[in-house]
Design a protein around this ligand. Structure first.
Ligand SMILES: Cc1cc2nc3c(=O)[nH]c(=O)nc-3n(C[C@H](O)[C@H](O)[C@H](O)COP(=O)(O)OP(=O)(O)OC[C@H]3O[C@@H](n4cnc5c(N)ncnc54)[C@H](O)[C@@H]3O)c2cc1C
Length: 404
């Protein structure tokens, strides 16, 4: 063990980003991922802001734009499929300066991982079973790979973080449930396609959207207000499908056809929509980044970018503090806490608009979306939640040759 070894749990978005910038800062990261290989499929994410800037600094902007999607319209439809509200790309461009792309979460994860895999020790199909924080190191018990010592251990293992559970306590202590479930699946050959249009249909307390992907695939996203705890159906695909059928089975638009396609789906993303709120993101030699530390939820539309920002700042502060982790962890929190709190507050506000629970709420939401056809009004409605209010610190990296 050297003073520069860092164990990172989770190879999603924050994990590989952290490994990249830690290597740039002269550390030796090891990534451990519970899944047997990088997770594929899932859902698509909108990507802009500081995350986009970091991807650019990692030399990934070109590739992200090549494999991503440039959505030209957001369209809300009624039972008959008629457009009742929506807005088009110039509005998003106006809000983000044209630095906006939609891409598969797993595609972003893969691109980030490819940046580090050849120079980083990676352990798939294992997880941390215990962490003992000694004064000078952390002693980690792996589920399968025995015991090892590291200078630091970082949890980048998402909403249901294992490291948070082991080092800080059970999830209920930090989780704020927003009262929704999100589910997503994809099929090949679905018609109509409406390329690069995000089409959504809403009823009080539920919404179903579709967006086209490459290779003739279509992704469907369900969001529904419910007290049902997805953990009760965690490994039960048919129970998850039954819940969606029960809620959307009598709805109009393309719901019957989409539910028929759902029956044949072998993979379904299905989880509750929650935020994580903690008083501290670090304890001793253990720290958290990304969703593990402060999940903002899908309602923020920016969780990946924030996960990358937290990884970048944590690595940068460790570099700046020459590895004095207590100073670095404190500076990391001081820089990001208010910013993240404002994103969480924005996401909570937005959740009411995403799947309004009443007819009146739906009507109002559609009026706001209609007004967003005008960039000036869109900036008024969403500007403060979309625009980043902090600048990315410059830690004096010399990664340009590595990144490109
Ligand atoms: C439906 C939906 C839509 C979303 N839309 C957007 C969007 O439009 N824009 C956006 O920016 N964000 C969006 N998000 C949020 C975004 O996906 C997350 O904020 C982001 O993935 C967080 O990255 P992360 O690396 O912290 O966690 P994750 O991406 O969840 O990665 C965690 C990794 O840790 C691994 N892991 C889990 N447990 C263990 C363990 N015990 N040991 C080791 N490894 C473990 C997992 O397998 C995974 O690889 C959305 C989320 C959802 C659910």
């Amino acid at each position: 063990m050297t003073a520069r070894t860092v164990l990172i749990s989770g190879a999603g978005i924050a994990g590989p980003t952290l490994a990249f910038w830690l290597r740039a800062a002269g550390f030796e990261p090891t990534l451990i991922e519970k899944a047997p290989a990088l997770r594929a499929g899932g859902y698509v994410i909108d990507f802009w802001g500081l995350g986009y800037d970091i991807a650019e600094r990692m030399g990934l902007a070109g590739e992200i734009n090549r494999i991503g999607y440039h959505i030209r319209e957001m369209r809300i439809v009624d039972d008959a499929g008629r457009c009742v509200a929506g807005f088009s790309l110039p509005v998003l461009n106006a809000l983000t300066g044209g630095r906006f792309v939609t891409l598969g979460r797993s595609d972003l994860s893969r691109l980030l991982f490819e940046k580090v895999k050849s120079e980083t020790e990676v352990i798939f199909g294992d997880e941390i079973a215990g962490i003992e924080d000694r004064t000078d190191y952390v002693e980690v018990q792996f589920d399968r790979a025995g015991r090892r010592r590291f200078a630091l251990a970082i949890g980048a293992d998402g909403l249901h973080s294992n490291v948070r559970h082991l080092a800080f306590g059970p999830q209920d202590r930090f989780e704020k449930r927003l009262g929704y479930i999100a589910a997503a699946f994809e099929v090949r050959g679905y018609r109509p396609r409406d390329d690069d249009v995000y089409v959504t249909y809403s009823k009080p307390g539920r919404m179903l959207g579709r967006v086209t992907l490459h290779d003739d695939r279509t992704l469907f996203l369900f969001v529904l207000a419910t007290d049902f705890d997805p953990e009760e159906a965690q490994f039960d695909l048919s129970a998850q499908k039954s819940l969606l059928r029960a809620r959307f089975g009598k709805d109009g638009w393309e719901c019957p056809r989409i539910l028929d396609d759902l029956e044949g789906a072998r993979e379904l993303y299905f989880d509750r929509v929650s935020q994580i709120k903690m008083e501290n993101w670090s304890r001793g030699r253990v720290a958290l980044v990304g969703d593990a530390a402060f999940c903002v939820s899908l309602m923020a539309g920016q969780g990946s970018a924030l996960a990358m920002t937290s990884a970048y700042v944590l690595a940068g502060e460790l570099k700046k503090a020459s590895g004095r982790h207590d100073m670095a962890f404190a500076a990391y929190e001081a820089l990001l806490r208010n910013y993240i709190a404002s994103k969480q507050a924005g996401a909570e506000r937005f959740s009411a608009a995403f799947a309004p629970k009443t007819r009146w709420g739906l009507f109002l939401r559609n009026q706001v979306i209609k007004a967003c056809a005008f960039p000036g009004l869109a900036r008024l409605a969403f500007g403060r939640d979309i625009v980043d209010r902090i600048a990315l610190p410059d830690y004096g990296w010399s990664v340009s040759e590595r990144a490109h």
